[in-house]
Design a protein around this ligand. Sequence first.
Ligand SMILES: *[C@@H]1O[C@H](CO)[C@@H](O)[C@H](O)[C@H]1NC(C)=O
Ligand SMILES: *[C@@H]1O[C@H](CO)[C@@H](O)[C@H](O)[C@H]1NC(C)=O
Ligand SMILES: *[C@@H]1O[C@H](CO)[C@@H](O)[C@H](O)[C@H]1NC(C)=O
Length: 498
Amino acid sequence: MSVVILVSILLTVLVWAAFLQRNRRKNEPPLDRGFIPWLGHALEFGRDAAAFLTRMKAKHGDVFTVQVAGRFVTVLLDPFSYDHVVWESSNKLDFGKYAKILMERMFDVTLPDFDPAVEKAMLRSHLQNQNLPSLTRTMFRNLSTILNDGSMSATTWQEDGLFNFTYGVMLRAGYLTLFGSESVQLSAPGRDLQHSLHVYREFRKFDQLLMKSARGILSAAEKKEAALLKENLWQLLDANTLRRRANRSSWLEAYQHHLEELKVPRDMQSRAMLLQLWATQGNAGPAAFWLLLFLLKHPEAMAAIEGELKMMLQKVKGLEEIGQSELESATIFNSVLEESLRLTAAPFITREVLTDLPLRLVDGTEYLLRRGDRLCLFPYVSPQMDQEIHPEPQVFRYNRFLNADGTEKREFYKKGRRVKHFTMPWGAGANVCMGRFHAITSSIKLFVWLLILNFEFELKNPAEGIPDFDRSRYGFGVLQPDGDVQFRYRRRSHPGRL
Ligand SMILES: *[C@@H]1O[C@H](CO)[C@@H](O)[C@H](O)[C@H]1NC(C)=O
Ligand SMILES: *[C@@H]1O[C@H](CO)[C@@H](O)[C@H](O)[C@H]1NC(C)=O
Ligand SMILES: *[C@@H]1O[C@H](CO)[C@@H](O)[C@H](O)[C@H]1NC(C)=O
């Protein structure tokens, strides 16, 4: 009897599955459902997206559709076609819908009338152009204060993890620069230093749970921990307290004003502050870490960077006098940064397909995108790791983005055709990262130069290899190492000189 029931249940399931089964329609990209019903490729995708998508690319080519936890995701890996996607209008390929889902899942943030275009415009007007010089000055002062505090002011050797050290200094200085400082103690920075350290410590613990919470796979214990950390951080970033801080960036003022206008309740405003802390500070620290690690591993790159810095300092008295345009024109530094981002920045560019849409590839083939699917570009696989565009893509070459005459190199080819997007760490088109100028010029460059000028530093075990990536982070910006690298540093006895 029970066998009969079992068999009939099994049959029902099979019939139901066949009924739900999606088939490839004419002109649609190759479909790969995987072996596990509904779940499809979700596990492999989450475990190591780069390896999985590279394997699928070898099997299907530059465009294919995979099943991932009930969703169908069309993946596009042809850099020549990216422009169609990143500039397509948002009523065909929508960016905001998926961003909303993640905001809620990771940060418990729901905003009425959330419009990513408005937030973007705000970042554009406050973190670029005429605001850059003042952001740079503030960042310089805050970096200097932090790098001169506590054990960092000692002239004896100190030890720390390079990732922890770099992320800590960058996040704290970036936070003080954008979110302001305590108004009561303008001349004594002690409270800012304590407060920002507190923010960093809590944020790091929270950051370590973020990927799992984005995928909705936190265990019960982790869920509890994440909830507790969020409570702490919301308190630290309390919207009312922030409003009373001095020297807030004009971006923060405008953003808080915007939330008020949307009549967002105060507790939700604090949650939005945590989201903004992550969005503005989550990538610069890890990016600076990789850059420093590559410099420490490649003495010729370090020498080139030091040479360039020396040249610049011949014209001015100190780093604080270097103007914005000289800062931006440090071509060797720019190439080193571009190269380390090429190797370590791996965001997805994601769109919801709102209407059946043709997609034409550069070779002329036309595919049909199906309404309701998700479209995903992964520039890390191509162009960044594409050996046709960048020979020996796994190798760090500090001058990969320099011409023989020392100018910036912008010409790269694939199949004899010039590639416009030869590296895309900041995304592109309508959702390019708005903080990139602030992140590059003010933050990473100043930090690395300050470190070089004021400290001696070296790896503790120079023979140790570059750590592997934390592979769960593919898709979310600059990668993090799966373990830290120990290093030593001490303040120079004559800082400020090379
Ligand atoms: C950060 O910079 C601002 C603006 O220059 C300054 O008011 C504040 O005191 C600085 N904070 C620290 C800790 O140096
Ligand atoms: C990590 O960095 C923070 C902030 O700089 C520091 O307080 C802490 O001691 C460091 N942790 C380790 C394990 O080195
Ligand atoms: C920081 O704020 C204080 C007090 O509001 C003000 O006197 C000072 O000029 C500000 N500093 C900068 C660099 O804006």
